[in-house]
Design a protein around this ligand. Sequence first.
Ligand SMILES: Nc1ncnc2c1ncn2[C@@H]1O[C@H](COP(=O)(O)OP(=O)(O)OP(=O)(O)O)[C@@H](O)[C@H]1O
Ligand SMILES: O=P(O)(O)OC[C@H]1O[C@H](OP(=O)(O)OP(=O)(O)O)[C@H](O)[C@@H]1O
Ligand SMILES: O=C(O)c1cccnc1
Length: 496
Amino acid sequence: MNPAPLSGLYAPSLSLVTDLYQLTMAYGYWQQGMQDREAVFHLYFRKAPFQGGYAVAAGLALAVDWMENFSFSEEDLKYLGSLRGSKGAALFPAEFLHYLRELKFTCNVEAIPEGTVVFGNEPLLRVQGPLLQAQLLETALLTIVNFQTLIATKAARIREAAGPQDQILEFGLRRAQGFDGGLGASRAAYLGGVDATSNVLAGQRYGIPVRGTHAHSWVMAFEDEPTAFAAYAKAFPDDSVFLVDTYDTLEGVRHAIKIAREMRANGHELGGIRLDSGDLAYLSREARALLDEAGFPKTRIVASNDLEENLITSLKLQGARIDTWGIGTQLVTAYNQAALGGVYKLAALRKADDSGWDFTLKLSEQLIKTSIPGILQVRRYTNEKGQPRADMLYNTAEPLPEQLTLVDPFDPTRRRPVRSEASFKELLEPVFRAGKRVLELPTLAESRAHAQREVQSLDPSIRRFLNPHVYPVGLEESLNTFRTNLILEKRPQRPA
Ligand SMILES: Nc1ncnc2c1ncn2[C@@H]1O[C@H](COP(=O)(O)OP(=O)(O)OP(=O)(O)O)[C@@H](O)[C@H]1O
Ligand SMILES: O=P(O)(O)OC[C@H]1O[C@H](OP(=O)(O)OP(=O)(O)O)[C@H](O)[C@@H]1O
Ligand SMILES: O=C(O)c1cccnc1
C-alpha cells in the first residue's frame, strides 16, 4: 500500500501548517532579493529520546507527501492577504502573494530511510535549494519527523522488552493527542515494531493490521459473564478474545474456559483472554495454569493496563505468562518524554556573488547546542557482520583527506582513526532532485521490517534501557577543525 497522506483530516490545504515567522522571513528574503540564494538546512535531534541509546528514524514518507503537495491554494492566499500588522496594514503585499501563488517546489532533499537507527546530531534530512523554499519547509518537516521518530522509537523499545515472539497491539487512540496524534502514532508504532492497531482509520489509511478484544461494557450489558462470552463467541466464533476481569479475574478465566469448551464442541477455538487489572504476573500465571489444565495451551493471554517497556521487562522477570501486550497511553503519548527536540538549522549559504559557500553556524553557550556547518553526509562504519560500529559526519563540499579520523565533537581528545579497509554505507539518500521525487518509497511494512533488522543489528549495550552505552558519532577531523575555528571566529572573546 502506498503511504497515504496525513492530509484529509484538515482539508483543504496543508501548506499553512507552518509558523507565521516562516512566512514573514520568506517575505523578507523576497524583499531583499535573497529568495533564490542556495541554502542547506539539516534536520537533526541532539539526544536520543527516553534516555535511550538510539532512535528509529520515521516520518519520511509523510514528509515526502507533504513536500510533493507543497503549494499555496487561492484560499490560503486569501487568508494570508487578510492578515494585518499592528498598524492595520496588510502583512503581506499582493506582489508577494502572487509570488507564492507561482512558487514551485524545486529543492534537492536527501534523507535517511525510515526505520534506520539514528543518533544525536545526525541529519535525518538535508534540504538544499532556494533559501525561501527551504525555510518554508522547516515547521512541517519538524512536526512530522519529531513525532514519528519519537513514537517509532518508543515502539522499538517496547518490542525490545516484549521480545521477537510476543504480539504487541497498539490500543492508544482514545488517549492520543487528538485524531491526528492518534493516526500518526498508530503509523509510527507499527513502523517501530508493534504488530497491529485497534485504530480503524490507521488500518484503512496505512494498511496496518487491525485487531481487538472487547470492553467491560460488553460484559456489563449481559445478565452474567458466561452469557456475555457466549454471545461474543456467537458473533465471532473464530476471532474471540474474552476480557475476564470485569468482576473476578480468575472466575472470569473459568467462565472463559466453559465457553471455550462449547466453542470447541462446535469446531471453533477461543483465541485468547485479556487481563486488564490486578497483579498481571500472578494472574497470568494462574490463568495459564487453568487454561493449560483445561486443554487450552494455545489460548493466548493478552494483558493491558498502562503498560510500557520497563513494566513489560519487570513482568517477564516475575515469570508472567503474557504473550500479547495491549499498549495504549504510554506508547501513543510517549508518556515519559513529551517531544523529541529535533531542530532544523541552516548550515550553508551560497555566497551572494556565487563564488562558493559560506558555512553557517548557530552558536550556543552549550557546545551540544552549537550546530554543525557544512553540507553533511552520515557515513556508517560496520563490522564484518554488518553491525554498526561508529558513524562519521563529514562535509561533502570539501575533499576528504586520505587518512580519516573521527573526532568526538564534545571532547576532541576522543578520536578514532578509521581503518582504510573498513566497510561503510552512506545514510543520506537522494529523495528529491530539483523538486522531483527520485526515490521509490518503501511500503510501511518494508520500513517496519527494516527497523527490526536495524535495531537488532545494534549491540545490546546500546539497546538497553538503563544507562545505555553511547554509540560513537564523530565529526571527520577536518570538519571538526573547521567547526572549532568557526566557533572561535564567531564567539566574542571577552577579556578576563
Ligand atoms: N506484577 C506487577 N508488577 C508490576 N506492576 C504491575 C504488576 N501487575 C500490574 N502492574 C501494573 O501496576 C499498575 C497499577 O495498576 P492498578 O493497581 O492501578 O490497576 P488496577 O487497580 O489493578 O486496575 P484498574 O485500576 O485499571 O482497575 C498498572 O500499570 C499495571 O500494569
Ligand atoms: O492502559 P492503556 O495502555 O492506555 O491501554 C488502553 C486501555 O484502554 C482500555 O480501557 P480504558 O482505559 O478505557 O478503561 P480502564 O482503564 O477502566 O480499563 C483498555 O482496557 C486498556 O486498559
Ligand atoms: O480491543 C481492545 O481490547 C482495546 C481497544 C482499545 C483500547 N483498549 C482495548
